[in-house]
Design a protein around this ligand. Structure first.
Ligand SMILES: [Zn+2]
Length: 282
């Protein structure tokens, strides 16, 4: 799933390529994709792209006083292409064609239709429920006192950092990298962190997310790959040696995600076997 660095690089590139492009068509082949009906998508025709930005993990494409807010969910991708999509391409959920022949497409991989979009007055985007309920952006990271207040909650750090209402932009991949960088257990409670741990966690957010973005700026050229290789050190690399200390990385498997960590540096040498056992440990 695209997280803050992946969506930020998409927003930057789409902004670079599309600002000034004039819309000639706008349709939503995904029958459940559009969550708004008024104004209709056709209201975009004749308008120019004026900007592309991001709120948490959601891209926002602006067309003057209208804007398209997109939630990619786990398998959605937003990209610009030369030429029109084939009508038989079943991955296309939303397509906006431009006078120069290019097309902005929201595509979704897999069979489920979960990605969604809203066409809203640009001035109302930040008040939309999906945006208004987001916590502060994880990058650039909030000041220390604000960050400390956000994370000092009686919850495990792993779900806490992935909770978009607490802090926006971090998902299943980057949370592992951030906790590994800060040398903190995914099962530490937020309100159990001393000042040094909060400082380390905040620095890790900034370093890891900012570093990923710098990486994408270097490697993403004139086209956006559907799945840019993520510069991950530990996530989903259980069984491999920790790049820092050489200890074999371990993982806890949940129903729909995996948490990878270094037992030596993050959990005091303890290998957590499963979710029930992990609940006993911090
Ligand atoms: Zn290690």
């Amino acid at each position: 799933m695209p997280e803050l660095p992946e969506v930020e690089i998409v927003a930057r590139r789409l902004g670079r390529w599309l600002v000034g492009a004039r819309v000639t068509s706008a349709t939503a082949p995904g029958v459940v994709t559009m969550r708004t009906f008024d104004p209709p998508l056709e209201a975009l025709v004749g308008r120019e792209v004026t900007g592309v930005r991001r709120a948490g993990k959601m891209p926002i494409v602006e067309f003057g006083d209208l804007a398209v807010l997109v939630h990619l969910m786990s398998a959605g991708r937003l990209g610009a292409f030369e030429g029109r999509a084939s009508a038989r391409d079943r991955r296309v959920r939303l397509r906006i064609g431009f006078g120069d022949g290019r097309e902005l497409r929201l595509r979704e991989f897999g069979t489920q239709q979960r990605a969604w979009a809203k066409l809203l007055p640009a001035a109302e985007v930040d008040a939309d429920e999906a945006v208004a309920t987001l916590g502060p952006e994880a990058w650039p990271v909030p000041p220390l006192d604000e960050f400390a207040a956000l994370v000092r909650q009686p919850r495990h750090l792993h779900p806490l950092l992935r909770d978009q209402r607490t802090i926006a932009g971090i998902g299943r991949s980057w949370v592992d990298e951030i906790l590994w960088t800060a040398r903190l257990s995914p099962f530490r409670q937020g309100d159990d962190l001393d000042d040094d741990a909060v400082t380390a966690l905040r620095l890790a957010c900034d370093e890891v997310l900012g570093g990923a973005l710098e990486h994408y700026e270097r490697v993403v050229g004139d086209s956006l790959p559907d799945k840019a290789p993520m510069p991950l050190h530990v996530h989903a690399r259980q069984g491999e040696p920790c790049p820092r200390c050489g200890t074999t990385l371990a993982a806890v498997f949940f129903k729909d995600h995996v948490t990878t960590y270094c037992p030596q540096e993050q959990t005091g040498g303890r290998v957590l076997k499963d979710r029930r056992l992990s609940r006993l440990l911090r």
